[in-house]
Design a binder for this molecule. Sequence first.
Ligand SMILES: [Zn+2]
Length: 305
Amino acid sequence: MEIPATLLDFYDQFPNEAACEDYLRRVRWPRGFVCPRCQGREASFVSSRRLWQCGRCRHQVSLTAGTVFHGTRVALRKWFLAIFFLARHKQGISALQLQRDLGLGSYGTAWTMLHKLRAALGRRPSQLLKGRVEADETFVGGSRSGGKRGRGAPNKTMVAVLVEQREHSAGAAFLAVVPDGSFDSLGPTVRGAIEGANTTVVTDGHAGYFPLGDQGVDHEAHVQGAPERAGEILPWVHVIISNLKAWLLGTFRGVSPKHLPRYLLEFTYRLNRRGIADRLFFYLLRRAVQGDPLPYHRLTAEAVG
Ligand SMILES: [Zn+2]
């Protein structure tokens, strides 16, 4: 599949809706049409209804059914462009910027498009981390707007961050919202993110990690003296935490706790595919095709977790 590298490539490759539909069809049915009802391989296009009709059982399928593009009133070409920006901009794109760049009628449309695409990134279990894995937790968001001081800032959300520690670089990473810093919260998150064997989890002296060893996880806890030691024990986790915070603040000027999990999906997705950034357009589009359409009401009602 051809993958646009520049905006000019994009315009050449996708001059109109028909070109986008053709590309989408090849992503969705890479080895040709497959009828979802009878597995028939022959189909004809019913142009009046814009549907594909199975030659064997006559079942009609829309190209976008079951994808994030299902039922959309936004042109496919604009969706493709949104995916192109997500793929090509290292910092992603804000809803406001997307609204302007695509000339969308409302901010809400741009916001919903981006969140539907983000949600599609998390539907398959990502690779498990192995080797030496740094683990730490951080607070994201803040009490800048109306948070009560003292017991619990309502806008602050705890995020667990795990990353493979390679000799001169960070490997794959995993980030997830956790309710708090207790072992009940951190234990399952850490264990769910790592390969059981051949993995050593490296943490600071936070007690919320201590029972890991009792549960058969090879755990190396460093009770640090001076704060500057933290950077030596957990170098990559700290780089990732500061990149995450800079990204959330710089691109989005902060995000609400309710929607943070999907921002983490986007951040982690891009981070773990930094070596194949030139092919991200295709991979993101494929995720969008495979992902279920996420209705707006569910998008806004989803709680943290
Ligand atoms: Zn059929």
